[in-house]
Design a protein around this ligand. Structure first.
Ligand code: C2O
Ligand code: CU
Length: 447
């Protein structure tokens, strides 16, 4: 890549490749609109010992914990986050799912230089939309996210629709990918159960976030639940579900709501493809006996494309689009960046050879994404959320569904649409960060 040794990946990022271009940030700062309030945070990146079960790992952290602190703000706030780096490696913060100005997107080599040891960088953006989001480093993210540089961002709505008695989160993170523990042993595949307090009859809002490279198949046993939001975007009039299996893809968030039964606990489980609970990450909510098995021998797979109640939306399968694109996802064995292994491709090419999608401000843009390969690809678009128009040729019939990451199983296809309303240089990549570091990244650019 770059013949002067300083071009393609100016910050030495060999994990999440970046397009060639000038080594200086190209994005310009867009002055924030008027904000209700300013919320200031400082996140200091440092190494810290973190307990994983009965092992200890020297993790990369924001403020000494992994996950980092949950940042909580109100819709409409101006969020100002000062990143201080004391690590010996360069880092950034990307605000996954938030439509930030391009200068705050945190992509090393595209919107800023990686923040080196002793340096700081300040991110500023308005938290326009309420919902569950997250943040993570976007410099060698394949390595740094695994080792702990991530946390949750919650934007509370100005007017909450419902009252929740309990608001809790469960973050999927497989530490077995993070390297060795402090005694040099590999980290056991995470089997962890957390306990969430809730009294009988309480309304619980449970936020699921997947920071792994793998999807997690999860369901709740012991109470019917609704999926109130996906990727931070509310679902219109969601219907109650019973033991429906959610595939929480890498980078995605699901907001669940349920009422605690009069007696006993509720269990969030991971299940295998037969619907049998596995020993994966789980949670017990409430006290008393928590059911361990599903009642339903054939639990339904949650299909968000026919969920909730439809309502008029500016971007649907019937919209006229100005700018129409196709992304065919696949992989093969070959050389990538000098080493032999799986190479992940979009339209037969891998990064940096994949031509960008060029959009003009104001255009309605459609992308058909077809997974022709054998693995799951959670495709994440920066800077925008998109409406899901159709799945496998069938139009979305329920609530409009807006996502920032779409988890595409092998042989599935989706059409998505968005309005090009946030100028800049935006990544569009697989959020299986192993795939991203082996070619599955492209750009959406505004000229
Ligand atoms: Cu959550 Cu480009 O990343
Ligand atoms: Cu992928």
């Amino acid at each position: 890549m770059g013949s002067d040794g300083n071009m393609t990946m100016p910050m030495g990022d060999n994990s999440m490749p970046m397009p060639s271009g000038p080594a200086t940030p190209i994005a310009s700062f867009k002055a924030p609109e008027t904000a209700a309030q300013t919320k200031n945070f400082t996140l200091t990146a440092r190494t810290a010992n973190v307990k994983i079960g009965n092992q200890t790992i020297e993790a990369l952290t924001y403020n000494g914990t992994a996950p980092g602190p949950t940042l909580r703000v109100q819709q409409g706030d101006l969020v100002v986050v000062k990143l201080v780096n004391t690590l010996s490696e360069g880092i950034t913060i990307h605000w996954h799912g938030v439509a930030v100005p391009n200068s705050a997107d945190g992509v090393a080599g595209v919107t800023q230089n990686a923040v080196k040891k002793g340096e700081t960088y300040t991110y500023r953006f308005i938290a326009k939309d309420a919902g569950t989001y997250w943040y993570h480093s976007h410099q060698q993210s394949n390595d740094q996210v695994k080792r702990g540089l991530f946390g949750m961002l919650i934007v509370d709505p100005k007017q909450p629709a419902e009252h929740d008695d309990v608001d809790a989160a469960l973050i999927y993170h497989d530490w077995s990918n993070a390297g060795k523990d402090t005694s040099g042993n590999t980290i056991e595949k995470t089997v962890s159960t957390s306990h969430i307090q809730a009294r009988p009859g309480a309304w619980v809002h449970l936020r699921l976030l997947d920071t792994d490279n793998d999807q997690h198949m999860a369901t709740l046993i012991g109470a019917p639940f609704t999926v109130t939001a996906m990727d931070g975007a509310d679902i219109n009039k969601p219907q109650p579900l019973s033991e429906s299996i959610l595939s929480v893809g890498s980078g995605q968030r699901y907001d669940l709501r349920f009422q605690m039964p009069a007696q006993g606990a509720v269990r969030l489980v991971e299940v295998d493809d037969k619907g049998k609970p596995t020993d994966g990450i789980s949670a017990i909510i409430g006290d008393g006996n928590a059911p361990t098995a599903l009642h339903n021998a054939n639990p339904p797979i949650f299909d968000f494309t026919h969920y909730g109640q439809s309502k008029p939306d500016p971007i649907t399968a019937d919209t006229h689009f100005d700018n129409v694109n196709t992304m065919k996802l696949d992989s093969h064995f070959g050389f990538f960046d000098g080493s032999f292994g799986s190479v992940y491709t979009i339209n037969g090419k891998s990064f940096p050879d994949i031509p960008p999608i060029t959009v003009k401000e104001g255009q309605l843009v459609k992308i058909s994404i077809i997974n022709e390969g054998t693995s799951v690809h959670p495709i994440h678009l920066h800077g925008h959320d998109f409406s899901v128009l159709s799945r496998n040729g069938k139009k979305v019939t329920g609530s409009p569904i807006y996502l920032d990451t779409i988890n595409i199983q092998s042989k599935e296809s989706y059409e998505i649409g968005f309005r090009a309303d946030n100028p800049g240089l935006w990544m569009d990549h697989c959020h299986d960060l192993d795939h991203a570091s082996h070619g599955m990244d492209m750009m959406v650019v505004y000229p």
